[in-house]
Design a protein around this ligand. Structure first.
Ligand SMILES: CC(C)(COP(=O)(O)OP(=O)(O)OC[C@H]1O[C@@H](n2cnc3c(N)ncnc32)[C@H](O)[C@@H]1OP(=O)(O)O)[C@@H](O)C(=O)NCCC(=O)NCCS
Length: 293
């Protein structure tokens, strides 16, 4: 069984020690980053032992996971220094509630095999999504050197007749309707919750409507970046991203991104704003119990 860490001191110690395992541990690191800053998504942290832990899992507290079909909320983040033992841990219904639709995320190559081992004896459909993990030099160095401040805020050149702006929950539908992995009621709830608790940046047209945007979610990953088709390839995403990075760096908030393998524009976009791809990759498993399909 896993141990629940809830004392602030222990969570800080865990967070500091995870800096040795960046980038592989970036998802749990990012989750604990916000747990230690007020925990707006009511997450909890499980370790297999303490203080000499090998596996860390972050997940929403039980009262948050009330909707069996909401895999956006029912999300688990995993990092382990001992993948051999992982199937045994993940199998347990006290660690993962396999009766629900859920999402597992992590950035370790060997995770796929272990998750499949864990579900082998269960009636659960697993959809696997491979991504590339992108981090900027600044953020990578700030995390791994355990700096309390992010380094070197960027200077952003201003553009002609568009205005940078922060997003609000008012924009949730627009964002959800254009999010490839969203476009449903549950994802709308998730988008709203992100916008209520974390910053998002956009650029407005002359009538005040967003034409390009990006948001931050509860593990400090940048998500849902999008430019309306008629405005693509005109530098808007780049401008939004530069403003957003400046904003996050001023607030000492870490950030990173992930891009699907075949998303050429996504890879070009993140490289053009100073991100580098990491070999560990990013992975997401969407798990649906057979009786909920
Ligand atoms: C990815 C996306 C947000 C880029 O928005 P955009 O406003 O068109 O991007 P910009 O005009 O600011 O261009 C940023 C960089 O990406 C490159 N780029 C943009 N679209 C591209 C495309 N279709 N193919 C190749 N490169 C592209 C640009 O050349 C530029 O790089 P450069 O400065 O080195 O020339 C946009 O294509 C989009 O909304 N895609 C659908 C959603 C998505 O995939 N989001 C990204 C998830 S990471």
């Amino acid at each position: 069984t896993m141990i629940r860490l809830h004392e602030a001191k222990m969570l800080q110690t865990l967070h500091r020690s995870l800096t040795q395992n960046i980038p592989e541990a970036i998802k749990v690191y990012g989750a604990i980053f916000h747990i230690n800053r007020g925990n707006p998504f009511n997450l909890e942290v499980l370790v297999d032992s303490w203080p000499d832990y090998q596996t860390v899992i972050t997940r929403p507290q039980k009262q948050e996971m009330m909707d069996d079909k909401d895999r956006y909320t029912n999300t688990y983040h995993i990092f382990s220094k001992n993948l051999q033992k992982l199937p045994e841990i993940l199998e347990s219904d006290s660690v993962i509630n396999w009766k629900q639709s859920l999402t597992i995320q992590g950035c370790q190559k060997g995770l796929d095999e272990k998750i499949r081992d864990a579900v082998a004896s269960k009636s659960v459909q697993v959809n696997y999504n491979k991504r590339f993990l992108y981090i900027t030099d600044n953020v990578f160095k700030s995390i791994t050197s355990n700096a309390s401040k992010l380094m070197k805020p960027l200077k952003v050149a201003s553009s002609e007749n568009v205005k940078p702006s922060l997003l609000s929950v008012f924009h949730a539908e627009l964002i959800n309707n254009n999010w490839k992995f969203g476009q449903n009621e549950k994802s709308l709830r998730f988008v709203k919750r992100c916008l209520q608790n974390f910053p998002g940046q956009c650029v407005l047209d002359s009538e005040g409507n967003p034409i390009s945007w990006i948001i931050l979610e509860h593990t400090s990953e940048m998500r849902m970046s999008y430019s309306l088709p008629e405005y693509q390839c005109r530098g808007f995403a780049k401008w939004v991203m530069n403003n957003f990075m400046e904003y996050l760096q001023k607030n000492d908030t870490i950030f990173y991104g992930q891009v699907e393998e075949m998303n050429e524009a996504g890879h070009k976009f993140l490289k053009s704003v100073g991100f580098s791809a990491f070999a560990c990759g990013g992975y997401e498993w969407e798990c649906i119990p057979a009786d909920l399909i």
